[in-house]
Design a protein around this ligand. Structure first.
Ligand SMILES: Nc1nc2c(ncn2[C@@H]2O[C@@H]3COP(=O)(O)O[C@H]4[C@@H](O)[C@H](n5cnc6c(=O)[nH]c(N)nc65)O[C@@H]4COP(=O)(O)O[C@H]3[C@H]2O)c(=O)[nH]1
Length: 750
């Protein structure tokens, strides 16, 4: 683009210059033609004067009078003189006696210095060496008169005067009009108003070139001139002279300069604009490029991230579906695959068997040899089991030392039994050098068969679990098929019972705490201690699974003591931490009330931990009073007297009409959560709760609603006038370590 602009500009400039030069040449040609024509005319008059001179020499006496250029107004002729053939002056227009300047020319003519002369031939002489008037040129025309023979007409012509007539022609400072003789002698030069002349170029290149030049354009550069000059030469029609007109090139070009500067500036401006535009475009392009690169990079990064995420996902899925320790499927994957297998089994006539395998005394190994050995053992067991099974049998680890195996497509129960026996033996074989220890372990396997013992995975698993307990009861290191006569729960209970005392001793139990919140300011006014069993093999076991077991096996008193001790210990610990403690309620069962030592246990424990009695509350259920009203009443009254508050738990599920309560040593009732669950939808529940609250208040009892899970229930209870609530809505039961912050804060936002 820039090239085009500059090429266009230069072409235009050059074109205009060429046109100007052409115009100047045409102009010069016109001027040269005019000057040559006029000079021709001036010299033509010399021919006429020479004829008058001839008449004069032939005796025409009046002719002399006509040889007077001044009288004719002929101002280009300064003087006229006539000479005879001997060189005598016959006539002078200036009335001079001698004309030495002109005589010299006559003498040269007579001595044939101009060659053989012809009549009427114009001889142009060189002016006398006088720079001031160098343009005054002597001329001579020979003629022949009939009386006196040869005569010479001479004159001095003022070419300066002649050229001055053109002084207004604009040719520029160095422009000029010149008159030359044929051999390159410059007779006169008009340069502006300046006249000069008398320069002999005959020996210079310029002079030589003039000699053969035709009419038209010539290079008028001469020695000492730096530049070419374009001149136009025009020969005189009748005389051996020519006129050269030269325009001043600088002058011509200077007339174009403004316009050309304008072109130049425009070209520069457009170029700058273009360059700026280009730079702008370049910057935009660079920015775009950079943005593109950034985008590409971020796209790449995104792609990497996605593939990383996909890898993570695959890994997570693998982790989520496989047991990290043994690498076999975990419970989740087992359920998925087993469900598909069972649905396939429905179309098969073959037997499917689900093995529930548990290692006997695994905890002992863990406790004595350490977890590292325990882990290696589990890995070894998994490996052996896997190696003993067919490829399409499904082995999974449920957790701890529990493995399950889904055996598919077995021909008979006998085959299943043989496989189970083989697995027992395989696992029983010693494990050598587990972290430096040789370990022996035996498995107990429970077997449930499809379709006989269950139609789905859950049932089969439960029944295999029962069968496994049965195998353990049978002395372990064996297998058992599920038998409907098996009492599953008793098998588990038997196992739990087996380690109950040790669990109390080993502190496998712990207390979780749930806050009780009053409904005016939503302040925590108490905590309920709820027992949990952190079973090393079965995980966290909730009280419903072992409280009745403890009650039925005379262990509840022992357990109760542990609870009293643990609650007081915890209160003391919170106090020691400087936490603002609130009363902690513990659950006491009817069997504990019958224990004569309860009062003493409570009081000594309080004393042991330096806990004020009003920081301990006791929750009893209605059943306590049913079984042995007097004893319960007595013990509780004594406790109450010593400052321990009593609340009636699970209210509504038992016998008590409210009127029966008025004689009991209680300060509050806790409405069972079964009434609260549907309080918003079940009108009768709402009525029971509302009337309970109002009657309890009439008896001076506080009312606590249990199992509050939603805001709607909360609003309803608050509107009904309930004093306090407890439930998942505010807080699920949590470990003591998590209670510290709540005790600090003490308040909930509803
Ligand atoms: N669905 C639902 N449940 C809620 C909500 N808020 C609390 N709960 C649950 O309701 C039970 C309240 O205790 P509880 O009625 O005394 O009923 C207790 C109590 O009777 C007994 N128990 C707990 N700890 C002890 C103890 O140390 N000694 C004795 N003898 N019995 C205990 O075991 C029962 C069950 O205790 P947990 O399983 O801990 O169950 C707790 C608690 O987790 C709720 O919003 N929704």
């Amino acid at each position: 683009m820039l090239t085009i602009i500059w090429w266009g500009t230069w072409t235009r400039v050059a074109h205009e210059k060429a046109i100007t030069v052409d115009n100047s040449i045409a102009d010069s040609k016109n001027i040269a033609a005019i000057v040559a024509s006029n000079l021709n005319e001036v010299l033509g008059r010399a021919t006429r004067y020479s004829q008058i001179a001839r008449s004069m020499m032939e005796g025409d006496s009046s002719a002399a009078l006509q040889l007077n250029p001044t009288r004719d107004g002929e101002r280009a002729y300064l003087r006229i003189a006539v000479f005879d053939q001997k060189g005598n002056l016959i006539e002078s227009s200036a009335n001079r006696r001698s004309e030495p300047e002109l005589l010299q020319l006559v003498s040269m003519a007579r001595s044939d210095q101009f060659g053989t002369l012809q009549d009427n031939q114009l001889i142009v002489g060189k002016p006398a060496r006088d720079d001031r008037l160098a343009w005054r040129v002597p001329i001579l025309i020979p003629f022949t008169s009939s009386l006196q023979g040869r005569g010479f007409f001479t004159a001095v012509i003022d070419l300066g005067y002649f050229l001055q007539l053109y002084k207004d022609v604009k040719l520029g400072d160095a422009g000029r009009i010149e008159v030359f003789t044929q051999d390159g002698y410059q007779l006169a030069e008009l340069n502006g108003a300046m006249l000069s002349g008398g320069v002999d170029f005959s020996t210079s290149d310029f002079g030589k070139s003039l000699r053969h030049a035709e009419d038209g354009v010539i290079n008028t550069k001469r020695l000492g001139m730096p530049l070419e000059d374009i001149g136009v030469l025009r020969r005189l029609q009748s005389y051996p002279l020519f006129v050269v007109v030269t325009h001043d090139q600088d002058y011509l070009m200077s007339r174009l300069a403004d316009r050309h500067h304008d072109y130049l500036w425009r070209a520069i401006a457009v170029s700058i604009a273009l360059v700026l535009l280009l730079c702008g475009l370049l910057m935009v392009a660079t920015r775009q490029r950079r943005l593109y690169n950034v985008l590409t990079a971020s796209e790449q990064e995104k792609r990497n991230l996605i593939s990383q995420l996909e890898q993570e996902k695959t890994r997570a899925l693998l982790q989520a579906s496989h047991d990290y320790l043994t690498g076999v499927p975990n419970r989740r994957l087992f359920y998925e695959i087993a469900a598909t297998e069972i649905s396939r089994a429905k179309r098969s006539r073959k037997l499917y068997a689900l093995f529930f395998l548990d290692l006997d005394k695994f905890k002992l190994i863990n406790d004595t040899l350490g977890h590292a050995v325990g882990d290696l053992l589990l890995q070894g067991v998994a490996r052996r089991l896997r190696e003993s099974l067919r490829e399409y049998d499904l082995l999974a680890r449920l957790g701890g030392d529990e493995f399950v195996i889904l055996i598919s497509e077995m021909a008979s129960e006998g085959d299943v039994a043989r496989l189970a026996a083989k697995l027992v033996e395989v696992v029983r074989a010693p494990f050598i050098d587990l972290d430096g220890n040789d370990v022996e372990v035996s498995p107990s396997i429970g077997i449930a068969l499809y379709p006989r013992d269950g139609q789905n995975v859950e049932t089969l698993l439960t029944h295999a679990d029962f069968a496994m307990y049965s195998a353990k009861s049978a002395g372990a290191a064996t297998y058992r098929f599920f038998d409907t006569s098996l009492n599953a729960s008793s098998a588990r209970e038997t196992e739990l019972l087996g380690r109950f005392k040790r669990a109390i001793r080993d502190d496998e139990f712990c207390l979780h705490y749930q806050p009780r919140v009053e409904l005016q300011e939503f302040t925590v006014v108490g905590l309920e201690a709820l027992i949990r069993w952190q079973h090393p093999e079965h995980g966290l076991i909730y009280p419903n699974d072992f409280i009745s077991l403890a009650e039925n096996n005379d262990l509840i008193v022992l357990l109760g003591r542990w609870v009293i001790d643990a609650a007081c210990r915890q209160l003391a610990a919170w106090c020691a931490q400087g936490l603002p403690v609130v009363p902690v309620a513990i659950n006491v069962s009817s069997r504990q009330l019958k224990d004569g030592a309860l009062l003493e246990t409570v009081m000594t424990t309080l004393e042991k931990y330096q806990i004020s009695p009003d920081l301990l509350e006791i929750e009893v259920t209605e059943s306590c009073f049913i079984e042995d009203f007097d004893t319960a009443n007595k013990v509780l009254e004594q406790l109450q007297k010593r400052g321990v508050k009593i609340a009636l738990d699970d209210y509504g599920t038992g016998f008590s009409g409210l009127k029966n309560l008025k004689n009991l040593p209680i300060y509050a009732i806790k409405i069972d959560r079964s009434f609260i669950r549907d309080i918003r939808n079940d009108n009768s529940d709402a009525v029971i709760v509302a009337s309970t609250i109002s009657l309890a208040h009439n008896l001076g009892l506080k009312v606590v609603a249990e199992g509050v899970e939603s805001k709607e229930q909360l609003v309803h209870l608050k509107t009904a006038g309930c004093d306090q609530v407890q439930g998942f809505y505010f807080q699920r039961p949590v470990a003591a370590s998590e209670m510290g912050r709540l005790l600090q804060r003490r308040k909930f936002r509803p």
